[in-house]
Design a protein around this ligand. Structure first.
Ligand code: GLU
Length: 314
């Protein structure tokens, strides 16, 4: 792996160049299947980079709280790994790409209930069902949010309007949950697992917070801002491999080919990228492409990764 320059001015100049280069890109649309997300100003645009020494370099709307959405699958996968061990997660959920969209029922049917990865909805809901304490919704939620806060190095909060909105419209995820239950792939009360999943997707985060989360993963579990060892260093490479496999859903292969940096997106418009040992990046821009990935987010992360030479394959 490459050691990157820690010259903040130099990195800021790359960030600013990316910002202005892609600022006027008009492709993509906000997620519309969750009404709250449809209403977010599509012009919001923020870029944060956090080095593993804790230096945060940022530009644009970096303190706007947006819905973490699927990026929450990363911390909860980590928590499930922490609590259950890698063997159990491999056997109960898996670490493969489905090759289908993030909410695919077809993928569950094809795999006979095996969710394939905690980074698609089915595997994420199964992961939520595995989080201890089992049978205690409040305790389970506390574990999940505390883990996210520890990774971010600061407190997050649920965006209640988003949570309510997602709860009122999550029929599709309810189908996924009960289909998994029919295959015995839900390990706690299915309605609690669904609710916890919906709530974690509704957590509001800023690009600054998610860049610190990414840098904590890059830093093998030690939060560079707080100094807290949030998870066992050995889990970092496991988590990064999951992100590299399916972080941008069906276009992950193309993404890794072009950018070389593992990244996870959310339909709230966020994208989090990790270059092990060196840096975490987060970009927020709500308009998405047809796969559910932020159009500008992808362009900016790729630009920064290429400019800093962050391919994990080199
Ligand atoms: N809450 C969203 C869902 O379950 C998250 C999807 C995503 O960000 O990919 O559909």
């Amino acid at each position: 792996m490459k050691t990157i320059s820690h010259d903040s001015e130099y990195i800021l100049s790359i960030i600013k160049t990316a910002y202005h280069k892609f600022e006027s890109v008009a492709e993509g649309q906000n997620a519309s299947y969750i009404p709250y997300l449809k209403e977010i100003d599509p012009k919001l645009f923020g870029i944060s980079v956090c080095l593993t020494d804790g230096t945060l370099i940022e530009y644009g709307d970096t303190s706007f709280q947006f819905g973490i959405e699927s990026i929450s699958k990363v911390p909860t996968a980590l928590l499930a790994l922490k609590q259950n061990g890698t063997e159990s997660i491999l056997q109960k959920i898996g670490t493969n790409a489905t090759g289908m969209d993030f909410g695919s029922l077809f993928a569950i049917l094809l795999e006979k209930g095996y969710p394939s990865t905690p980074l698609v909805n089915a595997g994420a809901i199964a992961a939520c069902s595995l989080i201890e304490p089992l049978g205690d919704a409040a305790g389970k939620w506390q574990m999940i949010q505390q883990n996210i806060d520890d990774l971010c190095g600061s407190k997050t909060e649920v965006l209640h309007a988003l949570y309510q909105n997602e709860t009122e419209t999550n029929y599709h995820n309810r189908s996924i949950t009960w289909l998994l239950k029919s295959y015995d792939r839900i390990y706690d009360d299915p309605e609690v697992a669904l609710d916890i999943y919906t709530r974690q997707c509704s957590i509001g985060v800023t690009t600054s917070q998610l860049a610190v989360m990414a840098a904590t993963i890059a830093n093998k579990g030690k939060n560079p801002k707080t100094g807290l060892q949030v998870f066992d260093a050995a889990l970092a490479s496991k988590l990064v491999s999951m992100i590299a496999t399916v972080g941008l859903y069906e276009e992950t292969g193309d993404w890794m080919f072009e950018s070389g940096i593992p990244a996870k997106s959310g339909v709230g418009g966020g994208i989090l990228a990790v270059y092990p040992g060196e840096v975490g990046i987060c970009v927020f821009s709500p308009p998405l492409n047809r796969f559910g990935n932020s159009v500008k987010g992808k362009k900016v992360v790729q630009y920064i990764a290429n400019a800093l030479g962050l391919s994990i394959y080199e």
